[in-house]
Write a protein that binds this ligand. Structure first.
Ligand code: NAG
Ligand code: NAG
Ligand code: NAG
Ligand code: NAG
Ligand code: NAG
Ligand code: NAG
Ligand code: NAG
Ligand code: NAG
Length: 637
């Protein structure tokens, strides 16, 4: 009986397909496990309303991107340092004609008129305006309207299916299961950037006045007040750049976070006189403005911190480029920045999700009416960003697409740094996960931060000078005011370059937590990669000196150090160091870091991980020894 019925079904299917256009079976393509906090399902969508469906096409060779990058970034590779041009990158990864063809003909045979189908310039996206009814038919799904507590509405589905023969050619479709909806600043009561899930990592609530700055010069008080001379001494960073016209250090800020020039100057007069009269070189992206005089401590803290220390450590002779992204009304997402520096990543051609990323011109009152920046901005060799998401804020496909873009920047010789987060094993806002993968303040599952978990980014954790110790004593993991973000990704597999280091940790110091609260597979990306002091920075902020702690402090320090290494290489006609991870994890570089072996990073109701000998998931490989790194990198081609 069973055989017969199977035979009958197969036979009738065969009959059907000879009479109708070929239809391969449908498989689940993406499925959401939960509705994010604050949202609830209101109703089914009106079947005749229109939605802009966008198909992110599978890029060619994309599964090889890690290998290409490794090949030019591993110090033992004959191709070390042979970076690609933007054209090489675009050509290598543009979707194939077959991919475009398969998706187009599926749409056409499904009844979508050819004239309605638009292909992006770099062939990476197909766009078509359809009715909800058409979309539901195409994707075998149901579209719903969801409403946020704030009143904001969002269109999404729970799951969607694609024909088996189409699946390999599509990364994802928007709008669909993704819930990265834009919330406006006013409706959520949060700053525009944090409403978008980008957490600023300065530890604001701990802000205390730093007292009489005259008493904190020198090295005596580095355990309680960090100033540039403390950092220079900790990492032996005494270097005068000489190839300054060939180089710049890039720092990214998301509006409405902006710096205050009088703060930079007050800092300069007290701690870095070579910066007197200096300001960063402003590159405005999508309406970004700076400096400001109308900010607040909350809005000025991140930019003031990043620029005061970033500029001081590369000296007044080296320009720092400030990428100020987004207008005052809507702010921006990380993809808006990536669009600006890579033309092949822009709207229609790249990783943007119109529901997550800000679309310019911004038609809201006071919004930036200019065109969206698209490949119009020159990237610097080193780019430091002290903002982050939680992985769980983003869908895995969206995160993967953005992560691949970081790999492309690496292929072009750019070093991308992100701070690792300030909440130990918890995510931004101290959120942890619950069993259905929702983020919650009652969560107990570790919640990794993104982009730090992207294997093509260098993630920077935080350390501190032990209380009552000096800069000549070993530092410990940052503890107390904030805890260094670290752990294991739930989205990204372990890259080859860190396998040995992470295996050592997991074998020798395997955490005894149940596997339900951390990614214990031993196959996932561990972060951070490296660390630097992040405790009690003395920052000129809105006319007074304050203490600020966080991995926000650490990333610009590493950025400045790597910029100085690039300077030395550029000065002798060598190229920039590009993606550094395969190099810093290589045995040749083992002596170039101060191993951090004390401290932990609590969160989610646990004590977190421990700092150990070798790599660990809170301080990575440790803090840099600038002279050793410089000497080693000068030896490389
Ligand atoms: C996840 O679990 C929490 C707590 O049980 C519940 O409130 C929430 O609705 C769940 N979310 C989804 C989408 O299942
Ligand atoms: C879809 O509709 C929008 C808004 O009407 C329009 O700007 C866009 O060009 C349309 N796209 C296509 C592919 O027809
Ligand atoms: C800046 O450059 C000038 C001229 O080359 C040099 O005299 C000075 O020492 C440099 N300053 C720093 C801090 O490198
Ligand atoms: C250092 O900062 C203080 C503010 O705390 C300011 O009054 C003073 O003028 C600054 N020092 C110099 C040399 O400018
Ligand atoms: C602050 O000033 C900038 C220009 O300097 C302006 O674009 C912005 O809208 C102002 N913000 C507020 C809140 O007034
Ligand atoms: C640091 O030294 C001071 C003064 O000697 C002492 O009161 C304090 O307890 C010490 N703190 C720690 C953490 O050892
Ligand atoms: C652990 O990480 C791997 C690779 O990153 C991933 O495939 C897996 O789903 C993760 N496990 C959990 C429970 O999230
Ligand atoms: C951290 O070290 C403490 C003290 O040695 C130990 O009890 C604990 O199990 C360790 N935790 C992890 C996650 O390794």
């Amino acid at each position: 009986m069973r055989c017969l019925s199977i035979f009958l079904i197969a036979a009738s299917l065969g009959l059907l397909s000879s009479a109708e256009p070929f239809r391969s079976p449908y498989n689940i393509h993406e499925k959401r496990t939960c509705i994010p906090q604050g949202w609830s399902l209101t109703r089914r969508c009106n079947p005749i309303s229109s939605i802009p469906l966008r198909f992110a096409l599978k890029q060619k060779n994309i599964e090889e991107i890690g290998n290409y990058l490794y090949d030019m970034s591993h110090p033992n590779s004959p191709n070390y340092g042979k970076h690609w041009t933007a054209g090489d990158v675009a050509r290598t990864f543009a979707p194939t004609d077959e991919t475009v063809g398969v998706v187009r003909s599926w749409l056409i045979t499904s009844g979508i008129g050819e004239e309605r189908i638009a292909l992006g310039r770099a062939k990476a996206w197909i766009q078509v305006n359809v009715t909800v009814e058409e979309a539901e038919e195409l994707m075998n799904t149901e579209y719903n309207v969801y409403t946020h507590l704030s009143g904001k509405v969002h269109v999404a589905c729970e799951v969607y299916y694609l024909p088996e023969h189409v699946q390999p050619h599509v990364d994802f479709i928007t709008p669909s299961v993704h819930f990265d909806a834009k919330l406006t600043r006013r409706s959520s009561g949060e700053s525009a950037s944090s409403a978008r899930g980008i957490g600023r990592l300065g530890f604001v609530s701990d802000l205390e006045t730093a007292g009489a700055v005259s008493s904190i010069h020198g090295l005596e008080h580095c355990d309680t007040s960090i100033t540039p001379i403390c950092l220079r001494t900790l990492y032996d960073l005494f270097y005068n750049p000489v190839a300054t016209d060939k180089n710049s250090f890039g720092i990214v800020e998301y509006t409405p976070n902006t710096y205050v020039q009088s703060d930079l100057q007050m800092f300069a007069r007290n701690f870095s006189t070579d910066l007197i009269g200096k300001e960063p070189y402003l590159v405005s992206i999508d309406g970004g403005y700076a400096p400001t005089t109308n900010g607040t401590i909350e809005l000025d803290i991140e930019s003031d911190l990043d620029l005061e220390y970033g500029m001081s450590l590369v000296t007044g002779n080296q320009t720092v480029t400030l990428y100020q992204v987004g207008d005052a009304v809507n702010g921006a997402s990380m993809n808006n920045f990536l669009d600006a520096i890579d033309g092949s990543y822009c709207t229609l051609d790249g990783g943007d999700d119109p529901l997550q990323d800000i679309v310019y011109p911004d038609i809201l009152p006071g919004g930036y009416m200019g065109p969206e920046a698209c490949g119009t901005v020159e990237p610097t060799y080193v780019i430091s960003t002290s903002y982050s998401y939680n992985e769980a804020d983003l869908g895995p496909f969206y995160a993967e697409r953005q992560c691949a873009e970081y790999a492309k920047l690496g292929l072009m010789g750019i070093t991308v740094l992100y701070s690792s987060g300030d909440n130990g094993v918890a995510g931004n806002s101290d959120l942890c996960l619950i069993s259905n993968h929702t983020q919650s303040h009652d969560g107990y599952i570790f919640n990794p931060t993104f982009p730090g978990t992207c294997p093509y980014v260098t993630s920077v954790g935080a350390t501190m000078v032990k209380p009552n110790a000096t800069v000549f004593d070993p530092e410990v993991a940052m503890m107390g005011r904030i805890y260094s973000g670290g752990g294991f990704s739930n989205y990204f597999g372990m890259p080859e370059y860190q396998k040995k280091a992470v295996d050592h940790y997991l074998t020798k110091y395997r955490p005894d937590y149940p596997s339900t609260i951390w990614n214990s597979t031993g196959m996932s990306r561990g972060y951070p990669d490296i660390s630097a002091n992040g405790a009690n920075y003395v920052v000129a902020l809105d006319g007074g000196f304050r203490h600020i702690s966080g991995t926000s402090c650490s990333s610009p320090v590493i950025g400045a150090i790597l910029t100085m290494i690039n300077d030395a290489r550029l000065a002798i006609g060598k190229g920039p160091i590009g993606f550094v991870n395969p190099t810093i994890y290589s045995p040749e570089f083992a002596d170039a870091f101060n191993d951090i072996t004390e401290g932990n990073n609590p969160g989610c109701g646990t004590a977190g991980y421990n700092a150990t000998d070798g790599w660990d998931p809170l301080t990575g490989l440790g803090t840099p020894k600038f002279p050793k790194l410089l000497a080693l990198w000068l030896l490389l081609p």
